[in-house]
Design a binder for this molecule. Structure first.
Ligand code: GLY
Length: 253
């Protein structure tokens, strides 16, 4: 599926005050900005038009825009983020997306983080996690059904979001953490299984023919390349410290 557009938002100065359980230490802000810039360049070089939003220090996690909306060819569902500290990030995103798509919204008491929502063809796999509750997942399923998309719910444990553990590339290939690889949902896909030492590398995206993945994961890199994919590696260390990855830094459509 061709991606023509992406929304990104650089991290604000107080990025280090965001939510994290990584235990990897405080991010270096200037390095995070540089890594974000390189991420934006990689998207542009893959043929994507970028909307770059102004930084928002009211929300230290606001660079992780993917959590605020689920966008496809037919609609945009504005989420209600699962952690209260992030509620409100979606307001600006809603304004921007209103120029592109018909809007739907997740309502209280439902919660959904976009990081839990994985699209493969016309099916959405929705992670039930600490951020996405049953009510939110059900609302999302019903909204997507109106536009002829199917949904399946997947319980998520021991990771922040579903897409911390599994992502779809192309040609029926998923990159998937070992602990998810036996789930019935993914039996029909070809799997690139990510070892526990390289778990963070499961968060990668396929953009217009190229895989964007975090650097320093040689085994996963080799496996992805061996399936014939072009790869751009990106330094993501400062976002990893804040529990963020390649996928959550943009809304792509
Ligand atoms: N820091 C990303 C999140 O926890 O939502």
């Amino acid at each position: 599926m061709q991606i023509s557009h992406a929304i990104v938002r650089p991290p604000p100065e107080n990025f280090s005050q965001g939510i994290t359980s990584s235990g990897l230490g405080k991010p270096d802000y200037n390095l995070a900005l540089k890594q974000h810039q390189e991420y934006c360049e990689a998207l542009k070089n893959s043929g994507v038009n970028l909307t770059v939003l102004k930084q928002d220090p009211e929300f230290p996690d606001s660079c992780f825009v993917e959590d605020t909306a689920v966008v496809n060819e037919r609609c945009a569902v504005i989420t209600r983020p699962g952690d209260k500290r992030r509620r409100g990030e979606e307001i600006k995103i809603k304004q921007v997306l209103s120029s592109y798509r018909k809007l739907e919204s997740i309502q209280k008491p439902g919660t959904v983080d976009g990081g839990d929502v994985l699209r493969i063809h016309n099916t959405y796999f929705i992670g039930l996690s600490q951020r996405t509750n049953q009510e939110g997942a059900q609302q999302l399923k019903e909204k997507l059904m109106k536009y002829s998309y199917g949904s399946e719910f997947i319980p998520v444990r021991d990771m922040l979001h579903l897409k911390s553990g599994v992502n779809y590339l192309d040609r029926d290939v998923v990159v998937i953490r070992k602990e998810l690889s036996s789930l019935r949902f993914f039996t029909s896909f070809r799997k690139i299984t990510v070892s526990p030492q390289e778990a963070y590398a499961a968060n990668c995206i396929f953009v217009n023919g190229t895989v964007l993945m975090p650097s320093n994961f040689p085994e996963t890199l080799r496996k992805i390349k061996s399936q014939g994919f072009e790869v751009i590696e990106l330094q993501m260390s400062e976002f990893e410290k804040m529990d963020g990855g390649v996928s959550c830094l943009s809304i792509r459509f």
